[in-house]
Design a protein around this ligand. Structure first.
Ligand code: HDD
Length: 701
């Protein structure tokens, strides 16, 4: 069987072919929805039979019974009844986009992987971002790990790097994965809570699994509430191998670094965003790509050898540990650009099947037990979720390089080779493909020895040192957020023993942190836990902080401008110009979605009505209103909250002098350097420049 990329047109094209006609409902062609019936293709059944009436079922008599012979009705309902497939058992809620990976620095001395052989070479990519715990219909800003799964369609097969936005994991051994996921998902008797770890079962499990302490510090930090998929890092987590053409191997850890810098929201904002726009992250990605502001990440590698691994404080096969960038620098070798939204959510984002076992020649696994366990789980789960072994025939999963193999039949087989030879070896003259030892995948011939046992190695025993390193690497603001996150989550645990058990672990991480959380909960500190191995002090690492790695401009960010009738149009225009010059976006929020009339008589359309456009949706806000407009907004709760929330979330705020009434009504007392007055259009650029820092954190302090 031979396939090539021409066999894999975009979903919309596939749909066209499948329906043997043009599809009138392609995304982006909404205008075609309004074509006259005369221009539209004839509706048919799935069998291709033209349909005469799609409004009424077939009946016996005007008010008589529906008839079983109505094959159009039965086929339509039958297909509808089967539209859903099982959602992913974890990472059910996700959003994908297409793009490409470009090699920017060739590394043939490290790997024979085809995509790293030549600077400037590109391969197509598909990326799916996700939350872990929530159901498919849950909200985007849950406090949770974000999946960062990348499928790279290389010339030598698909390479899936199925990572997260956090470089470590909760557990060391895959046999604990079902327990971890059971504990974080809705409790089985009551079916709640949805998409959150703030409940007894999760903290009960965590407090009994000290190896999770490092990851818990990350999930209680603002890393777990990213502002956008575009502003977060991705990590391959495990140690992998790169193997060059001579068979020499190096260890590698993979990093995706967002070009726009790191940014998260604050917890109160996350809670409110979930109400205001549960699709906040997916909408953000969609809007950015549709606006041509293509998100981009650099691919970095940490390369090290056995000698480094041997002298490293921890085991490089332990997925609960990272290698600080200060100890092993990240070398940038490529870039990932997402430049195309999906045509069909189900066909692409829902049916994409990532498998950690999908690697290509030049890349190999290590003995990280978690990675080895994942290699079983992903293939297995796809078979169940997508209905059989032929999920690789689905366009989004199919390689875009030639394929030749003897796999055949099964449910929904789409690639059905012709000819007689379906086994190997055979003696037919065109007997099909053969293995090629010169270019085929070869596993790195690592020497193995040992006794068959179930065990946790001694080198995996330190569970607290890197958790402490993470905490002391944060700014004061970030440390406070971690303490608040822990306090909030534990306050949702009904059972006091669970809270106390977590406090006993926190003392081994950082005494001040433990005390802050204990104070927040209203508990005395219990005895510290007894560690399997005493923690050691490690140097702080700046790369672990979000705020130390924030943006350098307002690019990719959004300014929300609250306007009213009688507003100063020139000030508004100057703001828009300054934001656009920076590469940012503007959204107009008005008392009515129909927009406003400015003082010069010009009309301004609105993107949001005030109660649908709270300030939590924006990175910074401006209020450009007339005196009357300010007074009217001051009489509306959403008007007041627009400013009070922006202030409470440490955002930069600019206001025309007329906004004073609204400011007063919103309960914000006084001003600070994060608040600026727009006396004239000339003030706009300075405000937007200040917004580069994204938050005015001094206010929180
Ligand atoms: Fe997993 C999905 C990431 C450990 C078993 N995982 C899944 C996805 C991501 C990750 C991003 C969503 C892929 C998509 O968008 O379709 N998982 C990770 C990372 C881990 C990890 C970074 C630790 C380093 N996972 C892990 C373990 C197991 C699994 C230890 C089981 C032993 N993960 C699965 C799964 C999922 C999955 C059950 C559910 C849906 C899917 O695979 O396609 O097989």
């Amino acid at each position: 069987m031979a396939e090539d990329r021409d066999l894999y047109p975009s979903t919309a094209d596939t749909q066209k072919t499948a329906e043997s006609g043009t599809c009138p409902y392609e995304t982006g062609n909404a205008g075609e929805l309004h074509q006259t019936p005369g221009d539209a293709p004839t509706l048919t059944t799935a069998q291709g039979v033209p349909v005469a009436d799609d409004q009424n079922t077939l009946r016996g008599g005007e008010r008589g019974p529906a008839l079983m012979e109505d094959f159009h009705f039965r086929e339509k309902i039958f297909h509808f009844d089967h539209e859903r497939i099982p959602e992913r058992v974890v990472h059910a809620r996700g959003y994908g986009a297409h793009g490409y990976f470009e090699c920017t620095e060739a590394i043939p001395e490290l790997t024979s992987a085809s995509l790293f052989q030549e600077a400037g070479s590109k391969v197509p990519a598909f990326v799916r971002f996700s939350t872990v715990a929530g159901n498919k219909g849950s909200f985007d800003l849950a406090r949770d790990v974000r999946g960062f799964a990348v499928k790279l369609y290389t010339e030598e097969g698909n390479w899936d790097l199925v990572g997260n936005n956090i470089p470590v994991f909760f557990i060391q051994d895959p046999i604990k994965f079902p327990d971890l996921i059971h504990s974080v998902k809705a409790e089985p008797d009551r079916g709640f809570p949805q998409a959150q770890s703030a409940h007894d079962n999760f903290w009960d499990f965590i407090s009994l699994m000290p190896e999770s302490m490092h990851m818990v510090m990350w999930t209680m930090s603002d890393r777990a509430i990213p502002r956008s998929f575009r502003f977060m890092e991705g990590f391959g987590v495990h140690t992998f191998r790169l193997v060059n053409a001579e068979g020499k191997s190096h260890f590698v850890k993979f990093h995706w670094k967002p070009k726009l810098g790191l940014q998260s929201v604050v917890w109160d904002e996350a809670v409110k965003i979930n109400g205001a726009d549960p699709d906040f992250h997916r909408r953000d990605l969609w809007d950015a790509i549709r606006n041509g502001d293509f998100p981009e990440w650099e691919l970095g590698v940490q390369i090290f050898d056995d000698a480094f691994a041997d002298k490293f404080d921890f085991d490089v096969l332990d997925a609960t540990k990272l290698i600080p960038e200060e100890d092993c620098p990240v070398r940038i070798i490529g870039r990932l650009v997402l430049d195309r939204t999906v045509d069909n959510f189900f066909a692409e984002t829902e049916q994409v099947a990532f498998c950690t076992q999908n690697i290509v020649p030049g890349i190999d696994f290590t003995n990280d037990p978690l990675l080895q366990g994942r290699n079983f789980s992903y293939l297995d789960t796809q078979t169940k979720r997508l209905g059989g072994p032929n999920f690789t025939h689905i366009p989004i999963n199919a390689p875009k390089c030639p394929m030749h193999h003897f796999q055949q039949d099964g449910h929904m087989a789409m690639h059905n080779p012709t000819g007689r030879a379906n086994y190997e070896p055979n003696s037919w003259s065109k007997g099909g493909p053969r293995a090629d030892p010169r270019r085929g995948f070869k596993s790195y011939p690592e020497e193995l020895e040992g006794t068959k046992r179930r065990l946790r190695p001694e080198s995996f025993a330190d569970h607290y040192s890197q958790a402490r390193q993470f905490y002391i690497s944060q700014t004061k603001v970030e440390q406070d957020h971690i303490a608040n996150g822990l306090t909030f989550e534990l306050s949702k645990c009904v059972v006091e023993d669970i809270r106390l058990r977590v406090l006993s672990h926190l003392q081994l991480i950082d005494g001040d942190l433990a005390q802050k959380v204990a104070d927040g909960l209203g508990h005395d500190l219990p005895e510290p836990a007894t560690p399997a191995r005493a923690p050691v002090d490690l140097k702080p690492s700046d790369k672990l902080s979000i705020l130390k790695n924030g943006p350098s401009s307002f690019k990719g960010r959004k300014l929300g401008i609250l306007v009213s009738d009688g507003m100063d149009r020139a000030v508004y225009d100057a703001l828009v110009e300054a934001v656009e010059a920076e590469g940012g976006m503007v959204e107009v929020v008005a008392p009515k979605v129909g927009g406003v009339t400015a003082s010069d008589g010009s009309k301004l359309a609105a993107n949001q009505k005030i109660d649908g456009g709270p300030s939590v949706l924006y990175d910074a806000v401006a209020v450009v209103v007339s005196t009357q407009g300010a007074a009217a907004l001051a009489g509306m709760l959403p008007g007041k909250q627009f400013l009070s929330d922006a202030f409470g979330h440490s955002k930069f705020i600019a206001m025309t002098p007329e906004a004073a009434t609204l400011l007063e009504a919103s309960g914000v007392n006084g001003t600070d350097e994060g608040m600026m007055t727009l006396r004239s259009p000339a003030d706009a650029p300075a405000f937007v420049k200040a917004c580069r820092a994204v938050r005015f954190w001094q206010r929180e302090a």
